[in-house]
Write a protein that binds this ligand. Structure first.
Ligand code: CAA
Length: 246
């Protein structure tokens, strides 16, 4: 018996580095996985064939409210009411503030912060109606401490936790928990895209001396999704190898 048997879990951006590990772990725990893909459908299909679990992939731009509404309608028609939402989809558009144009700013705010509203708004009512639900918002160490070159990303990721704390209060009585997970630097394509020299300087600041593994984030997300975590809501759980403590 898995801890998440009979649960439907939506993981946005599930084909990415951390997203894939979250899908795998929730599937291992028994959940039925639905994920969104914004990029090419063909790429997502190749991803699906390479996984050893079943997943339904639905094309969706999480920064677009109407797309998220259509996503909900399709999931409810084909599978049922979603129990678990992991708001994981995210992008970077790094640049020092003087080089940050309005497009880089709004792309990141729309994809990393407005998405939490666009997606959660579709599924909260189903959860409160059932008297059970889990929402996990993936933020970042850089939403907690700021990062040179990431005014957009740090703002969005800090905003995500404000959203978590407010929503957690509104749904607590209905059996729904809302939490933030703030990963540090994890070995994914997103982090590998940082110039090697800068990346090495960052790794030197991590007390455990290495990048995190996507599976280490997935394990924390799975715990928050389990019944064991019913007492935890409105929390921001850091998993960053000691790079930022507070
Ligand atoms: N602190 C202080 N000064 C810094 C600095 C820092 N951390 N980094 C660069 N500078 C200085 C440089 O020494 C340089 O100074 P001089 O002009 O006096 O020589 C100046 O700032 C460079 O400024 P530029 O505007 O020219 O910046 P750039 O274009 O060279 O580089 C950047 C900007 C690409 C954003 C680069 O700073 C960078 O890659 N930073 C890391 C960003 C990062 O950590 N991204 C994380 C991506 S992964 C992720 O986001 C996942 C997650 O959640 C952790």
């Amino acid at each position: 018996m898995g801890k998440l048997d009979n649960k439907i879990a939506l993981v946005t951006g599930g084909t990415g580095g951390i997203g894939t590990a979250i899908c795998q772990r929730l599937a291992d725990d028994g959940a039925q996985i639905v994920t969104t893909s914004f990029g090419g459908v063909e790429k997502a299909e190749i991803w699906r064939q390479n996984q050893n679990f079943d997943a339904t992939i639905i094309k969706c731009d999480v920064s677009n409210y109407d797309d998220c509404k259509a996503l909900k309608e399709q999931i409810e028609k084909d599978l049922g009411v979603v129990d678990i939402v992991v708001n994981n989809a995210g992008i970077t558009r790094d640049g020092s503030f003087r080089k940050m144009d309005a497009e880089k700013w709004s792309q990141v705010i729309n994809t990393n912060l407005n998405s939490a509203f666009n997606i959660s708004h579709q599924f909260v009512e189903g959860m409160t109606g059932k008297g059970y639900g889990r929402i996990v918002n993936i933020s970042s160490i850089n939403g907690q401490k700021g990062q040179f070159g990431q005014t957009n990303y740090s703002a969005a990721k800090a905003g995500v936790h404000g959203f978590t704390m407010a929503l957690a209060q509104e749904v607590a009585r209905k059996g729904v928990t809302v939490n933030t997970v703030s990963p540090g630097y994890i070995a994914t394509d997103m982090v590998m895209a940082v110039a090697e020299e800068i990346r090495n300087q960052i790794i030197a600041q991590i007390p455990i001396g290495r990048l995190g593994k996507p599976e280490e984030i997935a394990a924390l997300v799975a715990f928050l999704c389990s019944d064991d975590a019913g007492l935890i809501t409105g929390a921001n759980l850091a998993a960053n190898g000691g790079q930022h403590m507070h």
